[in-house]
Structure formats: C-alpha cells, structure tokens
Write a protein that binds this ligand. Sequence first.
Ligand code: KG4
Ligand code: ZN
Length: 350
Amino acid sequence: MSGRLVLGIETSCDETSAAVLLGEEEILGHVILSQDVHRLYGGVVPELAARAHLGVIGDVVSGALAEAGVTLAEVDAIGVTAGPGLIGALLVGVAWAKGAAFALGLPVVPVHHMEAHLFAPAVEDPRAAPPFVALLVSGGHTLLVHATEWGRYRLLGETRDDAAGEAFDKVARLLGLPYPGGPAIEALAREGDGSRHAFPRPMLRGNAAPGDADYLDFSFSGLKTAVAGEVRALAEAGRLEAERAHLAASFQEAAVDTLVGKTARAVGATGERRVLLGGGVSANGRLRERMRSRLGPGGELFHSTPRLALDNGVMVARCAAFRLGRGEVAGPELTAHASMPFPGLVEAEA
Ligand code: KG4
Ligand code: ZN
C-alpha cells in the first residue's frame, strides 16, 4: 500500500457517510446511509437529521472500516465535514471524529463541505484537477469558482437567494413529488416537453456585460415563484395533472439554461475552458448534456458519477488528504459551523 489512509466522515445534511481512502483515489471502503425519515415531511427536518446521524454514525464508520479491512487505529487521519451545513447534524460527525481521534491519538482534519464537492471528481479522474471553472450546485449552495490550483480559489458568483438544489426540491413539492426533488423532477421531465411553459431565466438578460453586479450571480426564487403561479392557475383550470411532466421539464430547462449560461459567462471571463461540475445537482443528466454541448469541442467537462456527486464520505477523505498534506490538523477546540467561508479564496489578480 502506498499513500496515506484517511477516514472521511460526512454528516452535514441527511446522508451519514464514511469512507476509507488510500492515497488520492483508491476507495477501500465506503458506506452512505440516506435518511428516509425526511420524505414524510417533504424536506430535511434538522432535529431529526441530527438524531438519525447519532443513531448510525458508529455503524456507518465500522462498515466502511470493515469493507476496507482496516481498524480505526490503522488510519493515518480522520477527515470530517466541519461546515457549512445543519449545525446539529455537523456536530455529530465532528464530535465522533474528535472522540475517536483523542482515544487513538489520530489527527483530525476539518473539511469544508463545498471544497469536498470540488474534490469529488478527482477521485475518479486525476485529470479533474485545477485549473478549472467550477460550478458547485447543491441543496444549500450555488457557487461559481475559478480554481487556479488546489487550495487557491476565486469566487466568481453565487446565488442571491435559493440554491439550485433547493429550487428543484421546492418545485418538486409543488408538483407533488417526493424529497429529494432533483431526481424526481429529472425522471418526470423525461416524459414532458421542456418548451411548453415559458419560465423566466433569472439574471440571464442578453444585454448583461461582464462588469454588471449580477453578471455571474444566480437567483432561483423568482423561477420557483413563476412555477408556483403556473401550478395554481393549472390546478384551478383542472389541468394540473395533464401538465405535470411538462412543468417539470420546463422548469428543468429554465434552471439548466441559467446554470449553463452563467458557467459559459465564467468561461468567457476567465478564458478557462476546463469546467468542473460538483454537488448533488451535478448528478442531473440534462445539466451535464447541455453543459457539454455548450462548451463544445474546445472545452473539457469533468464531473463524478452520481454516487460521488451526492454527499459522501469519499470526497471528504479526498479533501482531507489534501489539507493533511499541508499540515492542516485541528486542535481540541475544533467545532462545527453552520456557515463557513469557502477556504483559500483570493482576490482577482490584476
Ligand atoms: O450535495 P448534495 O447531495 O447535498 C447538499 O450538500 O445539499 O445535494 C443535494 C441536492 C438536493 O437539492 C437534490 O434535490 C439535488 O441535489 N439533486 C438533484 C439531482 N440529484 C440530486 N438535482 C437535480 N437533478 C438530480 N438528478
Ligand atoms: Zn453536498
């Protein structure tokens, strides 16, 4: 075996996950447990998420270690998502990591959840390394980042209201689809016509110029409101059922148009034609397809398989391996943070 053995732990939202990673890309063990309880409520209930993590964290870690055929004492470090996310959920992972590390004398490496998403594609494809423009789209965040090297990032744009995944989840709810909404919308959209309903493409006006404040930012709440209005009108007319698939497809087209359009602007602004998609929404096939055709033959697109695009312990271990290499080990004061600035941000270079 060569390279360091890192245990990665993820509990920031509704997946309890642990993975054992050897070096930068050899996944020896990986367990993801998705919490079903939230389906009952149509969204993540923070208190239930924390309790569910607490009930299974020990078994999830043991499962990953058993699959890897190693004991906890044999790992070189524990990487754990310390933020951003649901505070009670994050604390379960952080407290577990600290307890285990203290008992065994292991270093703990705190990981930023969105930087972990940035690292996920590199586990499966070593070419998915900077420089690239990254579109990070999850249930809580929508970020456009220019990565010039690992650990050195420029924030190009972010959402001003809802995250992209949040928009999928809210629209799914309007259409009577289960949580999480993204996969349900994508499946229903396959049966619909995406041009049937004309929804807005927020902040994508054609006359926008690079210096404009909203040039690389996102907004999804207006799109969600537009879908809500259409749903109401169709329900009143007794036509909602017949239009559901068309609504799903038309919403997805609008959301994808916005994500692709903004990323294309970032490519133009930076001159960087390598693009990386990360976060749960990057599992969306339509987004991948439209991004690939927009970039054309001169561009390169990287993303992970859906298992590593959604929340998982592997990406945490991969990011922790990088941070560990820089000696970034936490002290006993380590705690979780619901919000946390993206690490390694630099200002634009003149
Ligand atoms: O990264 P992630 O697993 O968790 C967070 O960090 O939030 O992302 C979850 C989000 C949810 O909003 C979910 O609806 C969305 O990713 N998502 C998708 C798809 N699969 C998951 N959105 C669109 N299409 C999908 N196939
Ligand atoms: Zn995530």
